[in-house]
Design a protein around this ligand. Sequence first.
Ligand code: ADP
Length: 161
Amino acid sequence: MRTSIYPGSFDPITYGHIDIIDRASKITDKLIVAVLNNDEKKSLFTMEERIEMIKDAVKDYKNVEVESFGGLLVDYVKEKGANIIIRGLRAVTDFEYELQLAQTNRELYKDIDTIFMLTNLQYSYLSSSIVKQVASYKGDISKFVTPFVAKKLGQKYGNIV
Ligand code: ADP
């Protein structure tokens, strides 16, 4: 059984992330979407909220699970008996950091491989931060996130009662 981990902040999950989840779920037996619990990175949504939004978005996928993790990603990957990390690549700007991360992880745990999935062109501009910015100015975010996430963002920024 091949288990893969898709780690990230998912603050909040966007259609770009969902596209990666959709494609990754087809090349692995089990996919765990792992939400990083990182105090250094100030998030808009709590861990519980981020997990709730991802669970809602992936409810139709039988082989996708959602969990939180803290500490070193490689330790979490080992604990789960997984050996594949999935990451999405949007543009060249993502590449250098991702390369560094993947090589460090492999140095720490040689049985791990990182698989990069190229973003769907349709979502190549999309990031959680951009979505938050648009939502904060009450812009239309329906093309970027699920209706459930749009509602949650609306509540955060006081757009919806
Ligand atoms: P992080 O804080 O680790 O960058 P994110 O939640 O922003 O976490 O992203 C998690 C993963 O999803 C990363 O590999 C990122 O490159 C990828 N990703 C984010 N947005 C998109 C998108 N629009 N298309 C494809 N991949 C994406």
